[in-house]
Design a protein around this ligand. Structure first.
Ligand code: NAD
Length: 441
């Protein structure tokens, strides 16, 4: 029997490759991927592209027989060279380099999975979406927080009408200094922690409280007892601080406070504050501090992504080598009760889900029904680029607001979908408006 196969390519082999893609590829190398509708599929990491190739070489040596043979390309045209060797491409380069890699892959007719944030402007998102449609492939984004059991339960309560009508909330995600100081030192110039991590919560809010798309065909049995939410994104403001990662007058940010406002048709509004940083001390008790609170007409939801109950101290080893308040749900390495060593969690699950979607498109039924399967998978709004518009709009606005602040114009606001345009930046004391995106968001 011949087994169907997906050849995967990785563009970017940094921290997130090691955290989530590597355990996924090693697992499917050992076990394959099976579902009744698409059968047994081989998923192989067939090629990688990175800046220097050094990490690929290191990984090849460290992994031994946990992974199959793969080709490795480095340098400026590494992505281009990789493409003939693969069917599916995962883009995990720094956030301002996603677009080019994804565009090349889609142009070559490959299915694409992009790390969050997908891209930095709606103009780029439009291009990727159009290309994916033209080439009849999937273009998807990784937002693993949507698969966190706590966030899934939050959405389930909202969809089921237990928690009703969200009014406001806050989210915070603080990264340690080692991220800005060493891990990302190569590409941090001009970047900000908001684009890097607020985007997790931007998507969580937009998807959890705003998304009312029909469920995918495979999920038809899910009952929905919900009145449609037709809120709309209304405006975005943002502030940032500088002086630790870069100079106080420069364009590299230490911390960012973002506020996003949605409007309901009856005139009520919902506002969300998202605070982020990448200059928290490295001896912080958890890797990242993550907390949310959402307030509804009839309730409050508080969740701490770090303090989920485990607190551990080991003399001389916490909180450096091990953390005091670890999150074992995202991505933990375990010895299973049956003796096997595994690395698992929702960070890995969400990668597998994408590969299942590709396998379903390619092998989930007769070839003359491929387009129907493609369209069904494109309808999954948790990860399709076409459903990433609000998130990218907020990121685009945040970047423009920080740019203005660095240029000596703090306190600007971005309006959404007004007669002047889709994304319009207004400056205090000035009558002119800058259109960031002319079409409707
Ligand atoms: N899902 C998550 O929670 C999560 C966590 C961390 C990072 N990320 C995202 O993953 C992406 C990468 O982050 P990271 O932490 O792995 O970064 P990193 O700095 O550790 O690694 C970046 C990798 O990209 C490669 N690279 C850089 N420019 C390239 C180019 N032009 N072509 C090919 N390769 C190139 C580098 O060689 C390196 O291998 C970012 O978009 C980030 O937002 C997601």
């Amino acid at each position: 029997m011949t087994t169907n196969k997906l050849r995967a390519g990785m563009i970017g082999m940094g921290m997130i490759f090691d955290d989530t893609y590597r355990p996924f590829f090693e697992r499917v190398h050992a076990d394959g991927m099976f579902r009744r509708d698409f059968g047994l599929i081989e998923v192989e990491l067939s090629g990688v592209a990175s800046r220097t190739g050094a990490r690929a070489q290191k990984y090849r040596q460290a992994a031994g027989n946990r992974i199959g043979p793969f080709v490795s390309f480095s340098g400026t045209d590494a992505a281009q060279q990789l493409l003939p060797h693969v069917d599916v491409v995962c883009v995990a380069t720094p956030d301002d380099r996603h677009f080019e890699a994804a565009r090349l892959a889609l142009e070559a007719g490959k299915h694409v999975l992009i790390e969050k944030p997908s891209v930095l402007t709606l103009q780029e998102l439009d291009q990727l979406d159009q290309l994916a449609r033209k080439q009849n492939v999937l273009a998807k984004v990784v937002y693993h927080k949507l698969a966190d059991p706590d966030h899934k339960k939050l959405r389930t309560h909202y969809v089921d009408g237990n928690l009703r009508h969200v009014n406001n909330g806050y989210c915070t995600l603080l990264e340690p200094k080692s991220i800005s100081g060493s891990q990302f030192a190569e590409w941090i110039q001009g970047r900000n922690p908001g684009t890097y991590v607020a985007v997790h919560y931007i998507k969580l809010i937009d998807f959890t409280f705003g998304d009312r798309s029909p469920h995918a065909p495979r999920e038809e049995s899910v009952t929905r007892s919900l009145t449609p939410t037709n809120w709309r994104l209304a405006r975005i403001t943002c502030n940032g601080q500088r002086g630790i990662v870069g100079s106080a007058a420069g364009s590299t940010w230490d911390s960012v406070q973002l506020q996003v406002v949605y409007a309901y048709p009856d005139g009520r509004e919902a506002a969300f504050d998202i605070h982020t940083s990448w200059v928290t001390p490295d001896n912080f008790p958890g890797y990242v501090d993550q907390e949310v609170q959402f307030r509804f007409d009839n309730g409050v939801w508080n969740a701490h992504q770090r303090k989920r109950g485990v607190e551990m101290t080991i003399e001389g080893r916490t909180p450096g080598e091990f953390k005091i308040t670890p999150n074992h749900h995202y991505n933990g390495s375990f010895i299973e009760p049956w003796g096997e060593r595994t690395q698992r969690g929702y960070g890995v699950e969400i990668i597998q889900k994408f590969f299942e979607e590709v396998a379903y498109v390619e092998f989930g039924g007769p070839s003359d029904q491929r387009l129907q399967r493609l369209s069904a998978m494109r309808g999954l709004t948790y990860n399709d680029v076409s459903a990433d518009r609000n998130t990218v709009a907020i990121v685009q606005a945040m970047e423009a607001l920080l740019f203005r602040q660095a240029a000596g114009q703090p306190g600007c606001v971005v309006e959404v979908n007004t007669p002047r345009g889709g994304l319009v930046l207004l400056t205090p004391g000035k009558s002119e408006a800058t259109v960031l995106y002319a079409e409707r968001v």
